[in-house]
Design a protein around this ligand. Structure first.
Ligand SMILES: Cc1ncc(COP(=O)(O)O)c(C=O)c1O
Length: 374
């Protein structure tokens, strides 16, 4: 089977886990968590980095930190994994879904302002599949309308826009270390911000709302619980693993990008496929390589045909506004089109050139079969 994705671990991660076992600190907020925070602050050019147990938890805490309340509305890029919309619902607030651009799969800036009203407090921008959204336009609109900006950079560790890294634009940014992300610890995430106020609230809320857990002194310091916080901490075992992943990240990324070039070259002549593009302002980290199929192709049938050949493919991601949980009145036609017609192809560090060639051969073959009606 050629899988859609496969994490890459070697002796570095095994040694790092052993180190945490030997140290005796395997819970959250230990030395590895602190090392991870320092590393991430450096590469994202931010002042504060708080490890959390996943990106969804980080988005939830970010919204609470900026003060989202049940009567508020938060704009959300529609074409995303539903974690983004869910985080708004966790606060009792209403997600308002904004349609995306068919070429970049990211929020369409021209459609943002029509969704803003006096309840709108923030916007969650998703850097879909590892390519950053059009931040210049988004920041201009958010400044004009006094909206806080949260970057959902679940897929975008290492991505840049006009040379600046994901995480250095929004009021708060959240990354994911889930197994399908380019740098993974199985599950995990981290929140970054330049605001001390937001960082203090997020740290406290990630650890039961405790007040003094981060300021232990020589005196016996019995903490108090000031806020109704959560247990969203990242264990030091996970932090140790992801630190090793980040250290080998340039090597992992280089391979991903060379496989993407190969796919682009081999698929470029197929008239029924639109390739993903890397916008000129962006450095794309290709967490997912998602092509767009002509509407004459039955995408779901194609997934099953490829599965029978031993190739795992998947839908790109979801149209949020149609998910029953949101009971949304929004309409996002481009997002729906992408939901119905995008196809994610296998992409991971260990994938070999001849496997890419096999995937392309079978993909072309089954598209042809569908077009012949057989
Ligand atoms: C855009 C986006 N946001 C948020 C998430 C949630 O990440 P996590 O699984 O770390 O909670 C995902 C996961 O796939 C995602 O793709």
């Amino acid at each position: 089977m050629i899988y859609l994705t496969k994490p890459y671990f070697d002796k570095d991660e095994i040694n790092a886990v052993k180190e945490t076992f030997d140290s005796g600190w395997v819970a959250g907020q230990g030395p590895k968590g602190k090392e991870l925070s320092e590393y991430i602050k450096n590469i994202t050019n931010t002042k504060f980095a708080i490890p959390v147990n996943n990106c969804t938890a980080g988005l939830h805490l970010s919204l609470l930190a900026i003060g989202i309340k049940p009567s508020d509305e938060v704009l959300v890029s529609d074409y995303t994994f539903p974690a983004t919309g869910h985080s708004v619902m966790f606060c009792g607030a209403k997600p308002r879904f904004v349609d995306v651009n068919l070429k970049t799969y990211n929020i369409e800036p021209n459609l943002i302002e029509e969704k803003i009203n006096n309840k709108t407090k923030a916007i969650i921008v998703v850097h879909q599949f590892g390519q950053m959204a059009d931040m210049d336009k988004i920041l201009k609109i958010s400044e004009k309308n006094n909206l806080r900006v949260i970057e959902d950079a679940a897929c975008a560790m290492g991505a840049t826009y006009k040379g600046k890294p994901a995480g250095s634009f929004g009021d708060i940014t959240v990354f994911s270390f889930h197994a399908r992300k380019n740098a993974t610890s199985g599950e995990g995430g981290i929140v970054v911000t330049n605001s001390e106020e937001y960082a203090t609230i997020i740290k406290s809320l990630s650890c039961f709302g405790i007040e003094s857990a981060f300021t232990r002194q020589n005196t016996l310091n019995i903490p108090s619980f000031k806020r109704l916080g959560y247990n969203y901490k990242l264990s030091d075992i996970n932090a140790a693993i992801v630190l090793q992943q980040l250290k080998k990240y340039p090597k992992l990324l280089q391979k991903r990008r060379s496989l993407v070039n190969l796919y682009n070259k081999l698929l470029g002549n197929n008239e029924f496929i639109t390739l993903p593009i890397e916008h000129k302002n962006n450095y794309h980290v290709y967490q997912t390589y998602a092509i767009l199929l002509d509407k004459k192709i039955d995408r779901n049938k194609l997934v099953l045909s490829l599965r029978a050949e031993g190739i795992q493919t998947q839908i790109g991601t979801y149209a949020s506004y149609i998910q029953p949980v949101y009971k949304s009145d929004d309409k996002c036609a481009s997002s729906l089109f992408l939901f119905d017609h995008s196809l994610a192809l296998p992409l991971y560090y260990q994938l070999r050139k001849k496997e890419v060639e096999f995937v392309v051969e079978k993909l072309n073959c089954h598209i042809k079969k569908q077009m012949r009606g057989s």
